[in-house]
Write a protein that binds this ligand. Structure first.
Ligand code: UDP
Ligand code: MG
Length: 139
């Protein structure tokens, strides 16, 4: 069993894709064990994406991520991290596999509708960034 953090980004929320994203995850063996809607401010977006500070896309990315509400969720299941990323597809929707969320719905490499943690350590950091122990429901 593994946990990961996923976000329906502001573009995904504005395109009414909250249900679609959750349906893909739940339909593929992932359990939603934490869920909320939040509007990040710029500083909070910068803290979440701290690993990307200094990169060319950082300023634009954090402005985008603080431009509207997102849905953040904790997912649990076997190989939850890789499974979530497989369902999302590559960062750049043009390079994403057919049938993946990003290939199907993303506008471009920045506005790619969904986030998923990329490793066990980053998942732990990202889950803690948004959820406390009382907000996670696991048997
Ligand atoms: N991003 C971007 N331009 C790039 C690479 C990434 O705008 O050249 C954005 C995009 O929204 C991506 C996020 O920054 O989802 C984080 O980048 P990362 O490389 O971690 O991609 P991910 O793990 O989300 O696939
Ligand atoms: Mg990443």
């Amino acid at each position: 069993m593994e946990r990961t953090l996923s976000i329906v980004k502001p573009d995904g929320v504005s395109k009414s894709l909250i249900g679609e994203v959750i349906k893909r995850f739940e339909g593929n063996g992932l359990k939603v064990i934490g869920l909320k809607m939040i509007h990040l401010d710029k500083k909070e977006a910068e803290g979440f994406y701290a690993v990307h500070r200094g990169k060319a896309f950082f300023e634009s990315l954090t402005t985008f991520m603080s431009s509207g509400p997102c849905v953040v969720m904790v997912l649990e299941g076997d190989a939850a991290i890789s499974k979530t990323r497989e369902l999302m597809g590559a960062t750049d929707p043009q390079k994403a596999e057919e049938g993946t969320l990003r290939r199907q719905f993303a506008s471009n490499i920045e506005r790619n509708i969904v986030h998923g943690s990329d490793a066990v350590e980053t998942a732990a950091f990202e889950i803690k960034y948004f959820f406390n122990a009382l907000e996670i429901f696991s048997d």
